[in-house]
Design a protein around this ligand. Structure first.
Ligand SMILES: Cc1cc2nc3c(=O)[nH]c(=O)nc-3n(C[C@H](O)[C@H](O)[C@H](O)COP(=O)(O)OP(=O)(O)OC[C@H]3O[C@@H](n4cnc5c(N)ncnc54)[C@H](O)[C@@H]3O)c2cc1C
Ligand SMILES: O=C1O[C@H](CO)C(O)=C1O
Length: 523
């Protein structure tokens, strides 16, 4: 049945004609910014896109740092798909499967779960993303006992280019489920998911100041020492914050003081960053040391308990990400961590000595357990194997485009470093909207990541590999992408993803954001 352009235009936002990333780094003016409210409306858009030969791009909260959601054609946003539809409690009482519309933001879902005494067991640094967005680029948190956030999915419903709705799961079309678990928005429109939640919990955390050298010395034990562990590295201070937490039933404590959590502290920090970005770049190490002292103190508290707090799970897992920013994050085997951090440290120190560039802190150092069993394993089996200490997974399948290294399987204890993925996150702030120079820093950073088997987080501001010089990355900071290495790096799983994509969308309806997709070898 033919659709008139008016049928589509009525679904367009009347208040929004431009789209941009949260970081205000990329902007576009789509021909139509569409905010449908029902499956029928989505199907109308899909039919019309075929008819008028338009491509469709989908965006959630626009929190991906790169231009992955930029398009000149039609852009669909699912903010109106924000309902929680049903709760299905497992007889064991250990988990509840929650059916939601996939445009719901994580903070909305957190609130709906909390009102039922439930919570998500693993989150990234923020809760602003949409559920579909958080899974589509492979969002992770930091825990040796949890994988990507998509590990919590039980099933996914996708509206395909054919207009058909398809629900996939580990038992129904598992390969398609693996494609949909990290689809980059190029497979179809994710309309619903079932996500596994657990009874709500508080997080009992200890935040210690640890010398950088001591962290490296204790690398073999810190990551598995508590359920949730993350490190913020301040390279010019030669110190890190080691945050370790476990689930608890304790009551909430008084929140930790935060210098940059106050209006004045925040403005002062941003002004100092602006000064070091625009006026006198050599001030950056002193700015870092000043802020570190004000925020955390100075002397090592490692092994002495540090600062203790009990927070609700969301406040504990999320963090204050401060200012709009560029973010370049890579995943690599955690076993290479000591060598890799030493090399990054040498590069940063050398650059500061010559004045070539300065980096912003913290460099985030995190981990996940992205190892996957080679046979079907149920959540209950996994809970039993871990003695109740690990994740309660919704699935145990590896997304086809998972950028974590393939590591030996140990979904549950005893888990050691060899089972883990390390994430290194080089954030560069944009104080008051001013861009810091990122090219040389990101280029040297990526050279090290590539040499140690790293792959970039799909959502972020990576440069990628130049086709001419396969061992180096260009210095501009502009994304070159992964096209020259995609086949090599993603091998059989990458081919499978592309074959599934091609079969489901032969006309390339979901090839909006085409430039990003070409650069990265998806087209
Ligand atoms: C301050 C900040 C902190 C962050 N912290 C973390 C972190 O701790 N860990 C981490 O791994 N990442 C982190 N990220 C990255 C973020 O989690 C991802 O970029 C995530 O994909 C953003 O979700 P979104 O809803 O904003 O989606 P968008 O950025 O709008 O879109 C992301 C992708 O999802 C696709 N998509 C969106 N909706 C749909 C849909 N309905 N159907 C199909 N495809 C869809 C889009 O096409 C696109 O490919 C952070 C980002 C910021 C800005
Ligand atoms: O992309 C990300 O931004 C924050 C850092 O500010 C974070 O943890 C990411 O991941």
């Amino acid at each position: 049945m033919a659709v008139s352009i008016q049928d589509v235009r009525v679904l367009a936002s009347t208040t929004r004609s431009t789209h941009h990333t949260w970081a205000l780094t990329f902007f576009c003016r789509p021909e139509l910014y569409l905010q449908p409210s029902s499956i029928e409306q989505l199907q109308t858009i899909v039919r019309a896109a075929h008819q008028f030969k338009k491509t469709i791009t989908i965006t959630g909260a626009g929190h991906s740092p790169s231009d992955i959601t930029m398009t000149k054609d039609w852009l669909i946003n699912l903010d109106n798909f924000d309902n929680v539809l049903s709760f299905s409690r497992h007889e064991s009482g250990l988990f509840t499967d929650v059916r939601v519309e996939a445009g719901i933001r994580i903070y909305q879902l957190n609130a709906a779960l909390a009102s039922r005494g439930l919570a998500l067991q693993n989150l990234g640094s923020i809760s602003d993303q949409s559920v579909a967005g958080i899974i589509s680029t492979g969002t992770h948190g930091s825990s040796a006992y949890h994988g990507l956030v998509s590990q919590q999915l039980v099933d996914i419903t996708v509206l395909l280019a054919s207009g058909e709705l398809l629900t996939v799961s580990p038992t129904v079309q598992p390969d398609l489920f693996r494609a949909a678990m990290l689809s980059l928005g190029k497979l179809g429109i994710i309309t619903h998911v079932t996500i596994r939640a657990i009874p709500s919990f508080t997080l009992h955390s200890f935040q210690e100041i640890i010398d950088f050298d001591k962290l490296l010395e204790d690398w073999s034990t810190v990551w598995t020492s508590k359920e949730y562990v993350r490190v913020w590295w301040f390279p010019y201070s030669r110190k890190c914050i080691l945050w370790r937490a476990e689930k608890s039933r304790k009551s909430l404590s008084v929140p930790r003081d935060s210098f940059y959590g106050t209006w004045l502290g925040r403005k002062l920090y941003e002004t100092l960053l602006w000064f070091a970005t625009r006026i006198y770049k050599h001030a950056m190490p002193a700015v870092e040391r000043f802020v570190f002292r004000r925020q955390y103190g100075w002397e090592s508290t490692y092994g002495l308990g540090g600062s203790e707090a009990v927070q609700n799970s969301v406040d504990g897992l999320n963090m204050d990400c401060l200012f709009r920013q560029f973010v370049n994050e890579w995943a690599l085997p955690l076993n290479h961590g000591v060598e890799v951090l030493k090399l990054v440290d040498q590069a940063v120190t050398k650059a500061a000595e010559s004045g070539a560039y300065y980096v912003h802190a913290p460099i985030e150092v995190r981990c996940s357990n992205c190892s996957y069993p080679d046979k079907e394993t149920t959540a209950i089996e996994i809970i039993e194997m871990s003695g109740g200490k690990g994740a309660i997974p919704g699935n145990t399948l590896r997304p086809l485009l998972d950028y974590s290294p393939v590591v030996p399987y140990s979904y549950t204890g005893p888990i050691s470093n060899e089972n883990l993925t390390l994430y290194l996150n080089a954030t560069m702030y944009r104080p008051f909207g001013h861009d810091p120079p990122i090219g040389q820093w990101y280029s040297e950073f990526e050279d090290i990541m590539v040499a140690y088997g790293g792959k970039p987080h799909w959502a972020k501001n990576f440069i990628g590999k130049s086709p001419e010089k396969t061992n180096t990355v260009p210095t501009s900071g502009e994304m070159v992408g992964l096209a020259s290495v995609f086949e090599n790096w993603y091998s059989e799983d990458g081919k499978k993803y592309k074959a599934i994509r091609e079969k489901l969308d032969p006309e390339g309806l979901f090839f909006g954001g085409k430039e990003w997709a070409i650069r990265n070898g998806i087209i």
